[in-house]
Design a protein around this ligand. Structure first.
Ligand SMILES: [Zn+2]
Length: 127
């Protein structure tokens, strides 16, 4: 599954998150695709995407959380999705929906396409 995400019938489908501080101000945007084991954060002012790495256990937990369905309220900092994106209690993570499904010519390019989508999405926000 991981080898094909983004190609053919396996369009890459990522969960999108907003990251906020204690005042509710948006301080980052995040994307997670379980199938290509992609987690990335766009922080304001950063030149690129902060690719986040998880262990096998983290990814197994993320798969369970995504399959169970995420709440639309703030995620517990203890959830694997929040852990992989920020791993800090002072930044809150909220699922906002699914990103548009993406296609890549080659599955190895899917993370690059997701980086670009995240970068573009950040333009919606006046940081
Ligand atoms: Zn994917």
């Amino acid at each position: 599954m991981r080898d094909r995400c983004g190609t053919g019938d396996e369009l890459c489908k990522a969960a999108a998150f907003v990251l906020t501080n204690g005042n509710g101000t948006i301080v980052g945007l995040g994307l997670i695709c379980f199938d290509c084991h992609y987690a990335g954060v766009r922080w304001p002012g950063a030149e690129g995407i902060d690719r986040r790495l998880g262990t096998q256990e983290t990814w197994s937990a993320i798969e369970r959380e995504l399959k169970a369905g995420l709440p639309t309220t703030l995620l517990s900092p203890l959830t694997a999705c929040a852990q992989i994106l920020v791993g800090r209690a002072d930044v809150r993570v909220q699922w906002v929906g699914w990103a548009k499904r993406l296609e890549a010519d080659d599955p190895s390019e899917s993370p690059v396409v997701l980086d670009a989508l995240l970068f573009e999405a950040a333009d919606l926000i006046a940081w």
